[in-house]
Design a protein around this ligand. Structure first.
Ligand code: NCD
Length: 322
C-alpha cells in the first residue's frame, strides 16, 4: 500500500473532513485501490471477507440513490450483513429520538451506522454518545465527507494516469467548484479535503449562492464563469438545490443557465484537459448541458464507481483499523 503504511487509522467514526490530517485523508485514498480491484473482478466473486459477520446499518433520513446504494454495495463486498432503515418507515415518525432509535439498533449488535440526516451535527451528537462506528453520509448543509474523498480519489487517479506518475498528488491542481455553494455540503467537504491535499480551489456562482466570507476557507472567489474555467484542471458543477432554498436566491433558472451553466460554449475557455465532475443527481441542462455531462471530459460515472471503493476503504479502516 506504499505511503499508507506510514499512518494507522485510530478514529472510531468518520464524521467530517474537518479535523482530519492530510496523512489520514491519504491513508483512505491509498487504501481504496485494492478495493476498486475487488469490484472490477471479471471472474470469481466480487467480495472479500474483511467485515464478515459484522452488521452495517444504512440509516437514511433524506432521499439518496447513489450514496445509499454505494454504502450498501461497499458493505456487501466486504461480506458484512446490511440493514436499511428509511426515516419514513421508522419509529422516528412516532416521535422516537435519534438516541433511542440508535440504542435499539445497537441492542441488536450493529457495528457501523451510516447516517444521512437533514440536521447539521446529527452524526456528531450520536458519535459522542454511542459505541458503534458512525459514518456521516451527509448532514444538512454541513458535510459529506465520503463524497469529498471519492472526488479527491477520482481527481488523483486521473492525474496519475495522465501524467503516467503513480505517485502524483493533488498539490497545485486547480479545481473550480461551480454553482450553489451555500446549500452544498459537498462543496464544504470538498473545499476542506482539496485544501488539505494541496489543491488550489476556486469558487464561482451567483453572489447569492456564495456564502459571505467564504474566502476564509482559503479559496479564490469569482463571479465570472470565463475566469473560473480558465486554467482549471477540474470543473466541478454542483446541483442547484431547489429543495433547500426557501427564498428565491436568483432571479430565474434561465438567467442561471445563461451565466453559469457548463456547456460547449463556456468550455471553449477552459483548458483542453479539464475534467468535468458532478456529485449527482444532475439537473440536466441547468448546471450542466447534456453534451458536457455525457461528453468525453466527463468522469461523473467514474466518481460513482470510485465511491464504492472509497466506502469499502472507510468501512474497513473504521472496523479493522489501519
Ligand atoms: C449530494 C448530496 O446529497 O449531498 N449528492 C450525493 O450524495 N451524491 C449532492 C446533491 O444532492 O446535490
Amino acid at each position: 500500500m506504499g505511503e499508507a503504511t506510514r499512518t494507522v487509522w485510530t478514529r472510531k467514526d468518520l464524521i467530517g473532513i474537518d479535523g482530519l490530517g492530510r496523512d489520514e485523508l491519504e491513508l483512505i485514498l491509498d487504501t481504496a485501490p485494492q478495493f476498486a480491484g475487488v469490484s472490477a473482478r471479471k471472474s470469481g466473486i466480487k467480495r472479500v471477507p474483511l467485515l464478515q459477520g459484522r452488521l452495517v446499518v444504512n440509516w437514511f433520513h433524506e432521499p439518496s440513490t447513489r450514496t445509499r446504494t454505494s454504502f450498501e454495495l461497499a458493505a456487501k463486498r466486504l461480506s458484512a450483513d446490511t440493514l436499511g432503515i428509511a426515516a419514513s418507515t421508522s419509529s422516528s415518525v412516532k416521535g422516537e429520538t435519534l438516541h433511542d432509535t440508535l440504542s435499539n439498533i445497537e441492542a441488536m449488535h450493529a457495528d457501523v451506522i451510516v447516517l444521512r440526516h437533514g440536521c447539521a451535527g446529527a452524526p456528531h451528537i450520536l458519535a459522542a454518545a454511542h459505541e458503534s462506528h458512525i459514518v456521516n453520509a451527509g448532514d444538512g448543509r454541513h458535510e459529506h465527507p465520503t463524497q469529498a474523498l471519492l472526488d479527491a480519489f477520482t481527481m488523483r487517479e486521473h492525474i496519475r494516469r495522465v501524467r503516467e506518475d503513480p505517485e502524483a498528488t493533488l498539490d497545485g491542481v486547480k479545481v473550480t467548484l461551480l454553482g450553489d455553494i451555500t446549500h452544498s455540503r459537498v462543496a464544504r467537504s470538498d473545499i476542506m479535503c482539496l485544501n488539505a491535499l494541496g489543491a488550489e480551489v476556486t469558487l464561482c456562482g451567483p453572489a447569492t449562492l456564495l456564502p459571505m466570507e467564504i474566502e476564509r476557507m482559503g479559496v479564490r472567489v469569482t463571479y465570472d464563469l470565463r475566469e473560473a474555467v480558465h486554467e482549471a484542471d477540474v470543473l466541478y458543477a454542483l446541483r442547484i438545490q431547489l429543495e433547500r432554498q426557501k427564498a428565491g436566491l436568483f432571479p430565474s433558472l434561465r438567467e442561471y443557465i445563461r451565466l453559469f451553466r457548463l456547456d460547449n460554449e463556456s468550455l471553449k475557455h477552459a483548458p483542453e484537459h479539464a475534467l468535468i465532475m458532478h456529485p449527482g443527481p444532475i439537473n440536466r441542462d441547468i448546471e450542466l448541458a447534456a453534451e458536457v455531462a455525457d461528453g468525453p471530459r466527463s468522469v461523473i460515472l467514474e466518481q460513482v464507481t470510485n465511491g464504492v471503493a472509497i466506502r469499502m476503504a472507510i468501512l474497513h479502516l473504521l472496523v479493522n483499523g489501519g
